[in-house]
Design a protein around this ligand. Structure first.
Ligand code: AMP
Length: 219
């Protein structure tokens, strides 16, 4: 199954992609995670992307398209994947169509996670992840059961993204509306677009996604 989660920063794409990846055994392909890893490792791609990401702008299409193209060749993507944060422009969506056709994969679902812009700054600026296993938390909405200890792996180190601050979130949101929102009509005309209410609690959104993937009513 090939699935795209679409939505602005803070919509919960990463959280839901992670849950779906666990429940469905599908690879989660997050271009944001891959670019952060490249920045941390100081690769050529990382050096090109670092300042652009810090400004909350989109990195050039050729960089992310080539990352996804390579990643889709891996064995764990043979029967599909969950794309989280890609595509983000119409040019990326067109490149994805070509890649999928070459790999004999079909796009089954594009799911828009709808959220109010007003909620996003608070959602994004409070989030952090376990440095060990990547489990996501939030200062207000999802604290670990024991403060400072990851519920999932027991790790005690956490990290926050450099671009999760109010100023950068505003540019990321602007980039979403200007460059990514045009993907909604692009996929709607192809009959693969559905939406879920991303403002609902994590478990409710997860249940809505499962229902959609099982062919239930879409929102
Ligand atoms: P994310 O983790 O998805 O919020 O992405 C973090 C940052 O990485 C974005 O603000 C962009 O600078 C960059 N990025 C991630 N995915 C893409 C993409 N598909 N196209 C362009 N830039 C991207």
């Amino acid at each position: 199954m090939m699935l795209i989660l679409l939505g602005p920063p803070g919509a919960g794409k990463g959280t839901q992609a992670r849950l779906l990846s666990e429940s469905r055994g599908l690879a989660q392909l997050s271009t944001g995670d891959m670019l952060r890893a490249a920045v941390a490792a100081g690769t050529e791609v990382g050096l090109r992307a670092r300042d652009i990401m810090a400004r909350g702008e989109l990195v050039p299409d050729d960089i992310v398209v080539s990352i996804i193209n390579d990643r889709l060749d891996a064995a764990d993507c043979a029967s599909g994947a969950i794309l989280d944060g890609f595509p983000r422009t119409v040019a990326q969506a067109e490149a994805l169509d070509v890649m999928l056709a070459k790999k004999n994969l079909e796009l089954d679902h594009v799911i828009e996670m709808q959220v109010d812009d007003a909620a996003l700054v608070e959602r994004v600026s409070g989030r952090f992840t376990c440095a060990g296993c990547g489990e996501g938390y939030h200062d207000k909405f999802r604290r670990p059961a024991v403060d400072g200890v990851c519920d999932k792996c027991g790790g005690t180190e956490f990290k926050r993204r450099a671009d999760d601050n109010a100023e950068t979130v505003a540019s990321r949101l602007e980039a979403y509306h200007r460059q990514t929102a045009p993907l909604l009509p692009y996929y709607k005309s192809r009959g693969v677009l559905s939406r879920v209410d991303g403002m609902a609690p994590i478990g409710t959104v997860a249940a809505a996604l499962q229902k959609l993937l099982e062919g239930g009513a879409n929102g």
